[in-house]
Design a protein around this ligand. Structure first.
Ligand code: AMP
Length: 308
């Protein structure tokens, strides 16, 4: 199923308890593309970058089947810049800097070849731009998936709520689900959010895994207990990329297949956190991915014996 991805392509400065980098490639659409391209090789990327974005990074993604016709390059502009610092538990972080730079003028016009995409992955981005992408599709895509963050709930809640009415699957973390719904219970939050539009809700809980809600059904996927978590940046987008890449490859948008997609997304995210930025994703082999998916299956596979 053809796949369109929209989101940021950026430079990040990151600080974790284990180290620091001043300038590394990042952005929601960058991580989604690196992750999804392990499974699907016709990804129509929509983003905006400055003349400072390295050509080698574009070439590496293009070689994996990522189409850059929808990525605007502002030659004399600077790419989006984000800086964050993680706390000791690595589940919480402070945003230190968000410099929109070229993102402030982002008003994408989709290439003709993009407008029939069957799956649209709205990576974390200004809600008005997410909406504009959906409005340019020739027909309603078969599946619209949206990621967002608390930042947009605070500065663009009305637009965010409008996009939600156009979305099938929303991905947020637990604190964002609580903020959006005003409910502490994630079960109540899930019901309220489904009433806002998305019939499927994925709540990511960092090192505690992810929950998939659909009507009265709930599925839980754990996160793999890892010895070392070096840098969680991009884990959410990498999860989204694995999820959407699996769905695009299998052409199956059922709840049952979304369960597998969540395991695939969790496996990819578990690699992402092992090194700074997208470094680990950039060196990943198919054998490593297959092996890790098996480890996930073993983690939750058990027989119940002698319970009564
Ligand atoms: P994640 O850790 O999955 O939330 O994603 C982190 C990535 O999102 C970083 O590479 C940032 O460049 C990017 N990012 C941070 N803030 C924003 C924002 N407000 N809008 C879009 N992308 C962002």
């Amino acid at each position: 199923m053809s796949l369109l991805v929209v989101g940021t392509m950026a430079f990040d400065a990151l600080e974790t308890p284990f180290g620091k980098v001043d300038r590394i490639i990042g952005g929601s659409a960058t991580y989604v593309a690196w992750s999804a391209s392990n499974f699907y090789h016709d990804i129509k990327q929509v983003s905006i970058i400055g003349g400072d974005f390295p050509q080698s990074e574009i070439d590496n993604l293009a070689a994996r089947g990522v189409d850059f016709a929808g990525v605007e390059v502002v030659k004399d502009g600077k790419s989006f810049f984000w800086s964050g610092r993680y706390h000791m538990d690595m589940n919480t972080r402070d945003t230190l800097v968000t410099d929109l730079n070229v993102l402030a003028q982002f008003n994408p016009t989709l290439p003709e070849s993009y407008r029939d995409s069957e799956i649209v992955m709205l990576g974390n981005l200004v809600p008005a731009v997410q909406m504009s992408v959906l409005n340019q599709m020739r027909q309603r895509p078969k599946l619209v998936i949206m990621d967002t963050m608390n930042f947009w709930m605070e500065v663009a809640l009305d637009d965010l709520k409008k996009v939600l009415t156009m979305v099938d699957v929303l991905m947020v973390n637990d604190s964002e689900a609580r903020e959006l719904s005003g409910e502490h219970s994630l079960v109540k939050a899930a019901m309220k959010i489904q009433a806002m539009g998305p019939k499927y809700l994925i709540i990511k809980k960092g090192e505690h895994g992810a929950l998939l809600f659909h009507e009265k059904n709930v599925f839980y996927a754990p996160a793999l207990p890892l010895e070392d978590v070096f840098d969680p940046t991009g884990a959410g987008d990498t999860f989204a990329g694995g999820f959407v890449g699996h769905i695009a490859r299998t052409k199956d948008i059922s709840f049952e297949n979304m369960k597998t997609a969540i395991i695939v997304g969790s496996a990819l995210a578990s690699f992402c956190v092992e090194k700074f930025g997208p470094t680990r994703l950039q060196e990943l082999t198919k054998e490593e991915i297959d092996q890790r998916i098996k480890e996930f299956v073993e983690l939750v596979n058990f027989d119940i014996i002698n319970v009564a």
